[in-house]
Design a binder for this molecule. Structure first.
Ligand SMILES: [Zn+2]
Length: 177
């Protein structure tokens, strides 16, 4: 496994549409392992392949709830329900946060690193993460969805700084990647 460089906003790869994965080989497995390591190293809860310069439809996620990490290859959001408004960040836009509205629950259909299909329903932070990462595969950064101009975490509106720190600790916010 190896750490990969995370591309920063402004890199053209981040605004391109990624292509589906067709080959399920050792190269894919090492890419996924590298992405997981890179996500952990950046303290993110998700990371999409274009963020490491690979324009393929893959993202990884670990919500730090003891269940992950998960790799979603060729993911498709097949159902979404409800909505949530909250702070969001991204490893490709370091130090910048916004307020983004996302569904409360989403069901995503994907295949794993071996090409085996699975379906997963996630809510709360998981739903926010899946939507954010899935957007990366279409070249969309969360800046486009933010209801406010992006700002530093401490400048986010709506609540005392202390509350925001608590929210961060409880994983309601932070670097989604
Ligand atoms: Zn991101």
């Amino acid at each position: 496994m190896a750490l990969r460089d995370i591309l920063i906003e402004g890199d053209p790869a981040l605004t391109k549409r990624s292509r589906p994965v067709k080959k399920f080989d050792d190269r894919l497995a090492s890419l996924i392992d590298d992405m997981i390591e890179t996500m952990y190293d950046g303290d993110g809860v998700g990371l999409a392949a274009p963020q490491v310069g690979v324009l393929r439809r893959i993202f990884v996620m670990d919500l730090d709830d003891g269940e992950g990490p998960f790799a979603f290859v060729n993911p498709e959001i097949v159902e979404s329900e409800g909505d949530q408004e909250g702070p969001e960040g991204c490893l490709s836009l370091p130090g910048l946060f916004g307020i983004v509205n996302r569904p409360m629950t989403v069901t995503v259909r994907a295949v794993d690193r071996h090409g085996n299909p699975f379906e997963k329903t996630v809510e709360g932070l998981g739903a926010r993460c899946v939507c954010h990462e899935n957007d990366h595969l279409d070249g969309i950064l969360f800046r486009r969805h933010s209801q406010i101009p992006l700002c530093a975490l401490e400048d986010l509106p709506g609540g005392e700084e202390e509350e925001q720190e608590q929210a961060l600790l409880s994983d309601e916010a932070g670097e989604l990647a």
